[in-house]
Design a protein around this ligand. Structure first.
Ligand code: ZN
Length: 164
């Protein structure tokens, strides 16, 4: 965990102080358990609480979410120059995490009563469509996923959690 660099408060640009952390686990596409450590931060100036995004959720931030969105959907033009191996890594990253994302979004929807069961008359086919069902497909959907997941306090119910 890098502790040297710390972004300022997104609300007031005040200094943020770590006041704790929590772990989130998920099972990736190859069956490995991945543990995310999300730090809880408090702004020393305005007092608001924030949750630090783990690097694994935004590993390509130097390119921006829009570029990764374009690659994942295969639609829209890349506005940055990226080589094939970089593009491949974006795709792998997304599809490695997609089940985790979907689990979080479902939990959030149920928690806030937006959805008790998946509407049987509308069952989108691809995982991506099911994700868009929650966050919409307007540009910025990837950022909306990451923000929702990072801010939720929910544990993801993976298959292994049900089996254990
Ligand atoms: Zn602040």
């Amino acid at each position: 965990m890098r502790s040297g660099e710390q972004n300022p408060c997104p609300c007031c640009s005040g200094p943020l102080k770590a006041i704790g952390s929590r772990q989130r686990k998920y099972i990736n596409g190859t069956g490995d358990t991945i543990v995310l450590v999300i730090r809880r931060l408090r702004c020393s100036h305005c007092g608001r609480l924030h949750h630090e995004l783990p690097d694994i959720l935004i590993p390509y931030k130097r390119y921006g979410n829009e570029s990764v969105e374009a690659v994942v959907t295969g639609e829209g033009a890349l506005t940055v120059t990226a080589d094939e191996s970089t593009i491949g890594r974006w795709r792998n990253w997304f599809f490695e995490l997609v089940d985790y994302f979907l689990g979080c979004l479902k939990s959030i929807a149920i928690r806030y009563g937006k959805e008790s069961v998946e509407n049987a008359s509308y069952v989108p086919k691809s995982t991506l469509q099911r994700i868009w069902h929650h966050v919409g497909d307007a540009p910025g959907w990837l950022a909306r996923i990451v923000r929702s997941v990072a801010n939720s306090n929910l544990w993801v119910h993976t298959r292994s959690a049900f089996l254990s």
